[in-house]
Design a protein around this ligand. Sequence first.
Ligand code: VGL
Ligand code: ZN
Length: 201
Amino acid sequence: MKKALIIVDVQNDFCEGGSLAVPDSKEIIPYINLLMEENEYDQIVLTQDWHPADHKSFASNNRKNVGETIILNGIPQFMWPDHCVQGSFGADFHPDLNTQKVTHTIQKGKNSLIDSYSGFQDNNHFMKTGLDDFLKYHEIQLLEIVGLALDYCVKFTALDAVANGYVTCVHFNGTRAVNVKPDNGKDAIYDMIKKGVTILG
Ligand code: VGL
Ligand code: ZN
C-alpha cells in the first residue's frame, strides 16, 4: 500500500514567536524530521496556509476582536489574528523543518472570502485544493498526518482524508493544539477517532 506523509502548516506564524503561535509547537519538528528519515514515504506533502492580506478570517479585516465569531458565507468563522500572509516571513515554513524529501506543496486559504482549514478543500466545500487529485494520481492509499494545529487544520485534513477513502493516521507526537478552549485538542482526537482516524504514537 502506497503511503504519504502530510505535514500541515508548520509555518513560522504557528510556531513560538509567531502571530498565531500554537503552544509547544516547535517540539513536533524533530519528531517530524525523524519520521522522514526513518520511513520510506512514497510522497511527502506540505500544506501551507497562504492568505491574502485582506483575508476575511482576520479580525482586523472585519473590525472585530480576535476570538469573536462571525457568520461568513453562512457558516461560523472564528476571528484570528493576521497570520500567514502571502510572501511574509510568518507564512514561510519553519527553518528547522527538513524539506529535502518534500515532493509537493499545497497552498490553501488563498481566497479572501473563504477560510480553508482542510488541506483538501475550503470550509464551504466550494473548491478543492488539488490534494486529493495529486494523491489519487500517485496511487496513495494511506496517509500519515502531522503538523499544526491539531484542533483546526490537522483535524479537518484528517476528516476529509477519511471521507476521501484513505486509511488515515495522525501522529499524536507530531501535532499540537491551539486550545482556544482547554479541551479543544482532546475533543479533536475524540472526533477523529469517532470518524475513523487512527491515532498513532
Ligand atoms: C490554522 C487557524 C487559522 C491551522 C490556520 O493551520 O490550524 N488555524 N488558520
Ligand atoms: Zn489561516
